[in-house]
Design a protein around this ligand. Structure first.
Ligand code: NAP
Length: 477
């Protein structure tokens, strides 16, 4: 039974713990304090890992039917309190209430998918007699859990990206320690409540709140941690990867995703897909559209319609049902975005719409005449800013799209199957959407990037593959 967020407490090995040292959790819309959460110390982290060492043994012994039942009960709990979860996301984060409801529904899907995949963690028999002299041997391999997983998550999908780590970890019989983003820890704590209520044995799951730069090293370098599953920025990801040592790594990092609009595209479709893909979650979306490459022949038509649609976009209070776009995660982030745009303009870019900031709010903004080497064209803006480029053909678009150090997802709008296959073969990305923008994902598909966008794939089944290891068993007859 629950009704309220257990503010001021973190979830350590199945117990709700208070601390004198706390951090404020604020609503970025007006900087009001929602509540406080504990600010864990390195000693707290060490105690959490010690508990998880016992938790790993408990999790590994949980029969699959029990894992399935707990995951489904946690999903039921999220479903029952759907609106509370959505309100929590929309309070601590940037998402509008409509976007937050979508994330809660996806979290339920992620947990149910995890329950389904738990029964499919199989092994195989091995034909040892493939080698002459081994005819008297039979055997198999099965997949066993790796132990303790450290999960570090970002602010922009504060619930479902946590579910993408806890769900597969429990399905595969592992213990897990989650360190959520300090700006948005409440959704992760609420998800811990769902698992607490579902009867997850103590010590299997911890959600520890605190500063990543203070307690992160203790977690990622600890020898008992067998895998670091990180979702966040490239810089943080690279520094964790360097420190982690001999551990499995899953790195879900950022991007500045391209969309290509060819001369035979359905321009209305391309505009609709690009607007929502660029400005959903205030552009703070790892697969959000940042660079649009438009064929000369449809450039003016696309641009006019694109700007027209953006100018109707309603920026406002997150919990207003009519709002399309809320504030960025902090005023500091909005100032950074404003500076990047100004820098591009100083270097000769043309501002087609937007460009104004009010506190943490920043208007949907479109730039053109940006040099391909400018920072805004190469790095991840992670804000509501899109750059339009003219292209003369597909190969021009592919060269420019591939010219950056990111490669998460891309979109292409064309009716020509040959051009689509050319893009499939040549774009350096983890996923390509034909006749949609880069901003598409379901929770059961492999999701992840190449180059600076990361290592490995999430998407329940694919996360589980990383969270287990095969053990070979062989009988000599
Ligand atoms: P971030 O600054 O990299 O932080 C991510 C997490 O890392 C937070 O929990 C943070 O804790 C923690 N952290 C910071 N320093 C650490 C350290 N030294 N050791 C261990 N942990 C540390 O990212 P963000 O600003 O929250 O999120 C935005 C980024 O995430 C964007 O680049 C976006 O593209 C990416 N992202 C990728 C995906 C994907 O699936 N590919 C999905 C969503 C977002 P504190 O909050 O306490 O600092």
């Amino acid at each position: 039974m629950m009704t309220t967020i257990k503010g001021k407490k973190m979830f350590i090995g199945g117990r709700w713990i208070e601390k004198l040292n706390t951090m404020d959790v604020c609503d970025p819309e007006d900087n009001s304090i929602i509540t406080t959460v504990p600010k864990a110390s390195k000693e707290d982290m060490l105690a959490t890992i010690k508990m998880a060492e016992e938790g790993a043994g408990i999790a590994a012994k949980m029969p699959v039917h029990e894992r399935i039942s707990i995951l489904n009960k946690a999903a039921d709990y999220v479903e029952k309190y759907h609106e509370l979860f959505a309100n929590t996301i929309a309070s601590e984060g940037s998402k509008t209430i409509k976007e937050a409801r979508g994330e809660v529904s996806r979290c339920i899907e992620t947990l149910r998918l995890s329950a389904e995949e738990a029964r499919r963690i199989n092994g195989e028999t091995i034909p040892f007699d493939q080698m002459p002299g081994h005819e008297n041997r039979i055997g198999y391999y099965y997949n066993f859990p790796i132990g303790i997983i450290a999960a570090i998550t970002p602010f922009n999908d504060p619930l479902n990206l946590v579910a993408h780590k806890i769900g597969p970890a429990i399905a595969s019989g592992n213990a897990i320690i989650v360190k959520p983003a300090s700006l948005t820890p409440l959704s992760a704590l609420l998800l811990a409540e769902a698992f607490d209520d579902a009867g997850l044995p103590e010590k299997v799951l911890s959600v520890i709140t605190g500063s990543g730069s203070e307690i992160g090293d203790t977690l990622v370098t600890h020898p008992s941690i067998r895998m670091v599953s990180f979702t966040g920025g490239l810089e943080t990801g690279e520094s964790i990867a360097k420190k982690a040592g001999l551990k499995k790594l899953s790195m879900e990092l950022g991007s500045n995703s391209p969309v290509i609009v060819l001369d035979d595209a359905d321009v209305d479709d391309a505009v609709n897909g690009s607007v929502s893909g660029a400005f959903g979650a205030v552009g703070q979306n790892c697969l959000g559209v940042q660079r649009i490459f438009i064929h000369d022949d449809v450039y003016v038509r696309f641009t006019d319609k694109f700007i027209q649609q953006i100018e109707q976009y309603k920026v406002g209070r997150k919990k207003d049902e009519q709002t399309d776009m809320g504030p960025l995660i902090s005023e500091q982030e909005a100032i950074r975005v404003e500076q990047w745009v100004q820098e591009a303009i100083d270097e000769g870019a043309e501002l087609l719409t937007g460009g104004h900031r009010d506190g943490a709010f920043y208007e949907p903004t479109v730039l053109t005449n940006v040099t391909p080497t400018a920072k805004i064209a190469r790095e991840e803006i992670f804000g509501p800013v899109v750059i339009l480029f003219r292209i003369c053909d597909l190969s021009d678009a592919i060269d420019q799209a591939n010219s950056v150090n990111y490669g998460l997802q891309a979109g292409i709008f064309t009716k020509d199957i040959h051009q689509a296959f050319e893009a499939i073969g040549s774009l350096e990305v983890g996923g390509l959407l034909i006749n949609d923008s880069s901003d598409y994902r379901i929770d059961g598909m492999p999701f992840g990037g190449v180059k600076g966008s990361g290592l490995g794939r999430e998407g329940v089944k694919f996360s589980i593959q990383d969270m287990v290891e095969p053990k070979v068993v062989q009988f000599k007859l």
